[in-house]
Design a protein around this ligand. Sequence first.
Ligand SMILES: *Cc1c(COP(=O)(O)O)cnc(C)c1O
Length: 374
Amino acid sequence: MEAWRRILADSIVKPKDLAARLGVDAKEIEAIVGDYPMRITPTVMATIKEKGDAIWKQVVPDIAEMEDFEAEDDPLEEDLMSPVPHLVHRYPDRVLLMVTNQCPIYCRFCTRKRLVGKPGFLKKGELDQAIAYLREHTEVRDVILSGGDPLLLPDHLLERILKALRTIPHLELIRLGSRVPGTLPERITPELCAIVKKYHPVYMNLHFNHPDELTPEVKAACGMLADAGVPLGAQTVLLKGVNDDPDIMRRLMHQLLLARIKPYYLYQADLTKGTNHFRTTVETGLNIIKSLQGHTSGMAVPHFVIDAPGGGGKIPLLPGDYMVHMDAAGVLLKNYENKAFHYPQPQQSSARELPMVSAAPALGSCSNGEHDDL
Ligand SMILES: *Cc1c(COP(=O)(O)O)cnc(C)c1O
């Protein structure tokens, strides 16, 4: 067995083991994991410093998960946008392909809480169906492998999927979304990197929520992927009591850049059933973006988005006060220090009014008849 499989198997999944390690009430945890599974890898376990800290909150089951009666299981309506099993086609030119329901850890705030934890990987017949759909849909140029976590697939299955995708001529980008480098860094092996390298361009968006997650081992794993030519982005979920604070968020963004990861998205928490105790106000996220923009490297500023309930997709949000006023004459702007600046618009006269009528035919470039209108 590969080393990373043994380490994954050493994760905490049983309430009594969690009780022994963290002193929680095994009965209470038992009542939760029946509905929503738990897994905490050794790396993550070692990062927990004290009861209720930012790492604990992300992985230790909380009874609040069971008291969230009103919310929906699938607020993003992904199940309604699935033309073939495990594939979600919401946007014009890109799709999600869910290749497993397994994850290295089960985040308590997971958007796909309804699905995750079940054993198994995308089956051969299901892959064939997905590939047939993609081959037919020539508008799809970008496939995102998701789940679950695609990096929990054994090497040969991951390669089977990458290889099959690369038989589709119109498919330009392959992306993977993963929390593996931050939670099971031992999985990032030279063998895995060698496989990924064969199918470029392959991008990865890695899930990180707190600066403490960027341990030296985690940074080294990210470095191996970057050395294999994989552009790394980060996706972060804004979580109450975990990272809803400008100082923590700035430290996280700086740690990501040190690990060669470009912050990509900061998500407002979804309305998924069992996760609503993690939600913050939208203003909290806007204030965090304001605290970053201009005050630190632009590279450190992610896009703040809400994945719209009802399947509207990701909608970007910016603090509203950068543009004070805009009209035909110009824009009145405020910078990060709240100082005002004016940017004039180009003059509004259209091409029709420009004195070029006689010059155009001489250039020989207006033979399509359109200049008759001038
Ligand atoms: C997030 C998402 C994508 C990718 O969106 P980008 O903005 O291109 O990163 C694609 N499909 C679905 C269903 C998604 O939720």
